[in-house]
Write a protein that binds this ligand. Structure first.
Ligand SMILES: [Zn+2]
Length: 128
């Protein structure tokens, strides 16, 4: 009984290795294809399809998009005057795509000099 449980455990570990290995590879491929916020979400979906990726876990896309948005906006300056902007708020977004529902928090910034609120990562418009 113990031996059987051990064999089952080894089998599961092997299956996990194969699965996580393929997920890991897909994650890295997708990570390098996605360029947000320079690409809209629509362009992201198009890019994946152009690279023959028609499905993946929507949580994977959400995590990659969120991480890239956070990295980009951690050093965000006003696109009009180059002044450092003030963080205004984050808007929770969920968008239905052919890859499933993709969720992320899209930050908005306010420039006190230009009096402009800017930047939201959009679905089909290029954000700035
Ligand atoms: Zn400005």
């Amino acid at each position: 009984m113990v031996a059987q449980a051990l064999i089952q455990n080894i089998t599961m570990t092997k299956a996990k290795e194969v699965f996580y290995g393929s997920i890991d590879q897909q994650f890295e491929t997708i990570f390098h294809l996605i360029d947000v916020p320079n690409m809209s979400l629509f362009q992201v979906i198009q890019k994946l399809k152009e690279n023959n990726i028609y499905q993946c876990h929507p949580a994977m896309l959400s995590a990659i998009i969120q991480a890239k948005l956070d990295a980009h906006f951690s050093v965000y300056k006003c696109p009009e005057c180059g002044k450092k902007t003030r963080f205004k708020r984050k808007a929770q977004k969920t968008v239905s795509t052919t890859f499933g529902n993709i969720s992320f928090q899209s930050p908005q910034f306010y420039c006190s000099k230009c009096k402009v609120t800017s930047v939201r990562f959009k679905f089909n418009q290029k954000s700035r």
